[in-house]
Design a protein around this ligand. Structure first.
Ligand SMILES: C[S@@+](CC[C@H](N)C(=O)[O-])C[C@H]1O[C@@H](n2cnc3c(N)ncnc32)[C@H](O)[C@@H]1O
Length: 267
């Protein structure tokens, strides 16, 4: 059931889910992720012990941040959430979203094949959830989302969680710009990114220059509100464990589509 056939990048989704599973065992957990808990029950203890304290703290705070963003955007009336690089994201099963809110998950087929097996074992299903098998480095991925029912003329909340770090700077810019251009007025974006981590840095991670983040998002068509993981964790009432802030640096971004990034024939 676990991740024997996965690509290296697909496996990263499993590490994140294992980090997420530990939240359920805490007093007053911020979230309980049934898919992650089911996965954790199926892997050997040695695999679980490889998930470090820094990743665990980072995944907890970014999950809470985006959970709140999704719930707030639903209150603002958004009825489409598109999760790019969804991995083992279980928000379709655990957030208690309005019945008419659709969740579109985009990722690679190897990840979805493994995810389906865990969903089946955990008896998880949601009529709101749509799977889109696509690679954002190949042309046509936005059309693939459209084919599965997403509406470009309706506001969307895009979620890019632990995703952009796998792309070179040019591809990151292109992805964010394409999303802004494809977005209807009132669309929003949630992004999380690590800017540094424990040595050695993950071999798949690409360097990221976090200087003038607001300016970069603005150039891509998004008005961004950026916070860091230490501030967010403190605000949620759980200061980071000792030493984590020195080793891991995560950024949490909530953005709105800029008025001047209207696509041609804006709705
Ligand atoms: C670190 S995981 C994060 C998963 C999920 N967002 C979360 O936070 O639990 C990164 C995910 O991005 C996906 N991914 C990486 N490159 C991709 C690409 N070019 N196209 C589509 N998905 C990609 C991987 O398959 C993986 O599931």
């Amino acid at each position: 059931m676990v991740h024997g056939d996965l690509s290296a990048v697909g496996r990263t989704a499993f590490a994140v889910a294992l980090a997420r599973a530990t939240e359920a065992a805490r007093d007053h957990p911020w979230f309980v992720d049934p898919l992650a808990v089911r996965l954790a029950a199926a892997v050997p203890p040695a695999t679980k012990s490889r998930v470090g304290i820094g990743l665990t703290a980072w995944v907890a705070v970014r999950t809470r941040f985006l959970d709140e963003l999704i719930l707030q955007s639903a209150e603002r009336g958004i009825r489409q959430v598109v999760i790019i690089g969804a991995g083992l994201d279980a928000r379709a099963f655990r957030l208690g979203l309005p019945d008419d809110l659709m969740i579109y998950e985009l990722d690679r087929e190897d990840v979805f094949a493994a995810k389906r097996r865990i969903m089946q074992a955990a008896n998880l299903a949601s009529p709101a959830r749509h799977e889109i098998v696509a690679d954002v480095l190949e042309a046509g991925w936005l059309q693939s989302i459209e084919y599965s029912g997403w509406r470009s003329d309706q506001p969307t909340l895009w979620i890019l969680e632990g995703f952009l770090i796998y792309f070179e700077s040019e591809a990151r810019t292109r992805i964010l710009t394409e999303l802004a251009r494809a977005s209807a007025r009132g669309s929003e974006l949630g992004v999380t990114m690590s800017t540094r981590t424990d040595e050695p840095v993950h071999p798949l991670w690409k360097p990221f220059d976090a200087d003038d983040l607001d300016g970069w998002f603005a150039d891509c068509g998004w008005q961004a509100d950026v916070t860091n993981m230490a501030d967010a964790s403190g605000r949620y009432g759980r200061p980071l464990p000792t030493g984590v802030a020195e080793r891991v640096s995560g950024l949490l971004v909530a953005a709105r589509r800029s008025i001047d990034s209207q696509p041609p024939g804006d709705r």
